[in-house]
Design a protein around this ligand. Structure first.
Ligand code: ADP
Ligand code: MG
Length: 318
């Protein structure tokens, strides 16, 4: 399964489902055409997902062309000059084999062959960011802790392979079914050299600053413990069912106040250095918040590690 060559054509079944949307957009009466907001929602539901850097499409891989194929997720990048980033992502993900990490399936080129695409297993429920708000009433706290445990297990494995994820967030945790989640989006993942404890970022890029530990923001150094900090933020999102009103950027801006451009970053760093942390969400039990706070120790060496977190969550779940 992992090494099969992808040589058939990729058919996008959603195109036929899109016919309806296309005709709505082309309604003769301008007042009856949908707003872009509605189009985005529609596309999301039909299986076309947008992240920060890439686009993920739902495709049918059917090399025999007889409808015996399977659904796969295909990631391509928005702009051509990011294609070397996708190559790096592919070289990372194809080395990873774990229950809680999204499975690599192969690569393909678009017509002309200039752009490479990444083919992964398709996880029908999308990311926790879409899944949790939608299914809140059917998901109890024990379930949330099971997701936390599975993420830690995937992260422990990733660390054992000397990788740092650098983009751990609810939007990058994919849902296979109600009792299984997997880590996805290895777009920012770096491997640390055997003789180093951290990865130093050289190129300036869009970073998920509200998920980053102080040493990442200040010194651009990424340790395994920096992923633990981001896990704390991810667990915060999970325990609040990815409520948009209480997303990490919202919580920060509400408590520190809005400002423009570069200033926000400086204020974030200042607040964190002075010991400011996001408060416990109403729906989060005290004992879980204690674990979140152990992920948010200022110095990386004082943070809890994924192994101890696994033990804590296993204990909660028994
Ligand atoms: P980016 O690097 O642009 O953030 P991601 O890999 O995070 O790209 O993918 C963007 C979104 O696409 C995710 O947040 C998720 O909703 C959806 N997605 C990504 N991979 C899959 C997959 N294998 N199955 C289903 N949905 C996926
Ligand atoms: Mg992403």
């Amino acid at each position: 399964e992992r090494f099969y060559e992808v040589c058939g054509t990729l058919v996008t079944p959603s195109i036929s489902k899109l016919a309806d949307l296309i005709s709505q957009c082309m309604n003769y009466d301008p007042k009856k055409r949908p707003f872009f907001r509605a189009i985005v929602r529609e596309l999301d539901e039909k299986g076309i997902y947008h992240g920060n850097f890439g686009m993920v499409e739902l495709c049918l891989y059917d090399p025999k062309g007889d409808q015996t194929g399977e659904l796969v997720a295909v990631k391509s990048l928005k702009t051509e000059n990011e294609s070397s980033n996708l190559r790096r992502e592919i070289s990372t993900i194809r080395n990873l084999y774990h229950e809680n990490i999204v499975k690599y399936k192969g690569i393909c080129n678009d017509e002309g062959g200039a752009n490479i695409k990444l083919i992964m297993e398709y996880l029908p429920a999308g990311s926790l960011k879409e899944y949790l708000p939608r299914n809140k009433s059917n998901i109890d706290q024990k379930r949330l802790l099971l997701y936390a445990l599975q993420i830690c297990q995937g992260m422990e494995y990733l660390g054992s392979q000397n990788y740092i994820h650098r983009d751990l967030a609810a939007r990058n945790i994919l849902v296979e079914n109600e009792s299984l989640v997997k880590i996805g989006d290895f777009g920012l993942t770096k491997s640390i050299k055997d003789d180093k404890e951290y990865y130093k970022v050289t190129e300036e890029q869009d970073s998920p600053v509200y998920w980053y530990a102080p040493e990442c923001l200040i010194n651009r150094k990424f340790y395994k413990a920096s992923d633990v900090w981001s896990f704390g933020v991810t667990l915060y999102e999970i325990m609040s069912y990815c409520d948009r009103e209480n997303s990490p950027p919202q919580v920060f801006l509400k408590s520190i106040g809005r400002s423009h451009g570069q200033m926000t970053m400086t204020r974030l760093v200042d607040a964190l250095e002075k010991g400011w942390r996001m408060p416990r969400p109403d729906s989060c039990p005290e004992m879980v918040y204690t674990q979140i706070r152990r992920c948010w120790s200022h110095a990386p060496e004082n943070r809890v590690d994924f192994n101890s977190l696994i033990k804590e969550f296993e204990f909660f779940l028994t």
